[in-house]
Design a binder for this molecule. Structure first.
Ligand SMILES: NC(=O)c1ccc[n+]([C@@H]2O[C@H](COP(=O)([O-])OP(=O)(O)OC[C@H]3O[C@@H](n4cnc5c(N)ncnc54)[C@H](O)[C@@H]3O)[C@@H](O)[C@H]2O)c1
Ligand SMILES: OC[C@@H](O)C(O)[C@H](O)CO
Length: 312
């Protein structure tokens, strides 16, 4: 066993600091509250309370994240890792993985203790999805968490939308979510440990967006909320919880297109908080829903994260 010199804790008084600087402690796995590198000196009760608080939102095991290079997926991945995730497999379209090469390298650099895998996967292709989930489970040693972020939006008037445009949106957002959930659930069931599946719906599941027309998108997302309830009901017996988040208008690449420039201020004005959401603002809900302890009695729910937009 190696040893590390314990540094002075920032909040220690001078006497404690002197005592600490001369102590050598063995290297072992320490909780954040116990770890002298990160924790201030706490009385035992406070240390125990801090440990319980951290455990309440601990993330355990391995995760697959679809649409894994996207804005919301990246914020969620970082948060899951910060809360204890062991390894992660980011699945996305080959073109998106290529564009995100540097971004993924940074992610691995920022968290060297966690293995970051990436795999080219089109979530609409069932055969590819099943092979990819098998490979992810073999490589990581199982799948405990699935977060589905893969999604596309199409802003087209229904009077002229083609059936192919309609199908494309439904295929990725709704059918793709189902295909991935089923692939993950087979592994979660056979492991005997169950797991957590989280879809990404939208406030578009709850209202008709204004001013942009996007019927297919909105229908796909309300489908995701009901898929959530159905799978939660069917798979609770396997120890699998199924939930979704419904973000409001978030400040992401998805909402940056030239055709959306003018409507961004309309969206902000229709939110009680008067602004779009920051991607960081979905991370608390993602951690809660996927935490084995914190979220253990939550299933079939749709957590709306929209700055109050659905109040208007
Ligand atoms: N940004 C928002 O305001 C907002 C609000 C509500 C819901 N959402 C939903 O959140 C999710 C993520 O959105 P985002 O803003 O991060 O968008 P994003 O465009 O940054 O990410 C979407 C990702 O999905 C991937 N993808 C698309 N088609 C795919 C396919 N067939 N197979 C695999 N991957 C595919 C893309 O390559 C991309 O990496 C989407 O489902 C979106 O509908 C976003
Ligand atoms: O409803 C908000 C989002 O789902 C989405 O980003 C938006 O509708 C895209 O136009």
């Amino acid at each position: 066993m190696g040893s590390i010199q314990q540094p002075a804790a920032p909040m220690a008084n001078p006497e404690d600091r002197a005592a600490l600087s001369s102590r050598v402690i063995p290297t072992m796995t320490l909780s954040t509250a116990q770890n002298p590198l990160t924790a201030p000196l706490l009385p035992p009760q406070a240390a125990a309370a801090a440990e319980r608080a951290a455990a309440r939102f601990e993330i355990t095991g391995n995760a697959v994240i679809t649409g894994g290079t996207g804005s919301l997926a990246q914020a969620a991945t970082r948060a899951l890792i910060e809360h204890g995730l062991s390894s992660v497999c980011l699945m996305d379209l080959p073109s998106s993985l290529k564009t995100a090469e540097h971004q993924l390298a940074h992610l691995q650099q920022d968290f060297p203790h966690v293995k970051v895998h990436s795999m080219p996967v089109d979530v609409t292709n069932q055969e590819v999805v099943e092979q990819a989930f098998q490979q992810a489970a073999d490589t990581m040693g199982g799948i405990d968490i699935l977060c589905c972020f893969a999604g596309v939006v199409g802003c087209v008037h229904s009077i002229s939308a083609t059936a192919n445009e309609w199908r494309k949106v439904l295929d990725v957002n709704l059918t793709g979510s189902f295909i991935c959930a089923q692939a993950a659930a087979k592994h979660m069931k056979s492991s005997g440990h169950g797991g957590s599946i989280m879809f990404t719906a939208s406030i578009s599941a709850h209202h008709v967006n204004y001013p942009q027309p996007q019927a297919a998108y909105n229908v796909s997302k309300i489908g995701v909320t009901h898929l959530t309830r159905n799978l939660a009901a069917e798979w609770a017996v396997h120890g699998i919880r199924v939930n979704c988040i419904s973000p409001g208008y978030m400040d992401t690449v998805l909402n940056e297109g030239d055709n959306l420039k003018e409507v961004r201020s309309v969206w902000a004005s229709r939110c009680p908080m008067g602004r779009m959401g920051d991607i960081e603002e979905i991370t608390g809900p993602v951690v809660l829903l996927n935490s084995r302890r914190g979220g253990r009695y939550i299933s079939g729910t749709d957590l709306v994260v929209d700055g109050g937009a659905m109040c208007f």
